[in-house]
Write a protein that binds this ligand. Structure first.
Ligand code: HEC
Length: 141
């Protein structure tokens, strides 16, 4: 059995040690892991503009990216790999609502430049290391 003062030292020591470990891990994540996994060096002005367009137009009202958003329309983290530049461009510049399977997307009719910015954003996000997310669907052969 610990005495009261020993318990106090044990509690304070444990708190200090685990907090120091927490700070060290946070520091390595923020200064090493995140820049490496996101390929921070590829964050061009075009990618940043694409992200701003993504936010401003509420794409997450229907889509998810990195698993976040709404489930009305497809997950877009890997859309660049899945569909390629031409296809994405066609969706984004379309003047009529995109609806290959009945559910409609907003007809944004983006300019070529804005579509290229969003495509650059999708390419960048598709290259981030997400530990295998999103998983490939386990489809029956
Ligand atoms: C009102 C809901 C809605 C909003 C808002 C929306 N989308 Fe869509 N989006 C859809 C639907 C529905 C589809 C087609 C789904 C299908 O293939 O059946 C789609 C398809 C796409 C595709 C092709 C995906 C694929 O795998 O075929 C891309 C790329 C895309 N949207 C990008 C965007 C971007 C960028 C924004 C914001 C500027 C946006 N969407 C906003 C509903 C929406």
């Amino acid at each position: 059995m610990l005495s009261k003062s020993q318990a106090k030292i044990f509690f304070l020591g444990g708190t200090v040690v685990t907090f120091a470990i927490f700070l060290a891990l946070s520091w390595t994540s923020l200064s090493h892991e995140v820049p490496k996994r996101t390929h921070e060096e590829n964050l061009s002005q075009q990618v940043i503009k694409g992200k701003v367009l993504w936010e401003k137009n509420n794409c997450m009202g229907c889509h998810t990216i990195m698993g976040e958003g709404a489930y009305y329309a497809p997950e877009l983290t890997k859309v660049y790999d899945r569909r390629g530049e031409g296809f994405i461009n066609a969706v984004l510049t379309s003047k009529i609502p995109w609806q290959p399977r009945g559910r409609q997307m907003v007809a944004y009719g983006f300019s070529k430049e804005d579509a290229a910015n969003l495509t650059a954003f999708f390419k960048w996000i598709g290259e981030t290391d997400l530990n295998g997310f999103p998983a490939k669907p386990d489809l029956k052969k």
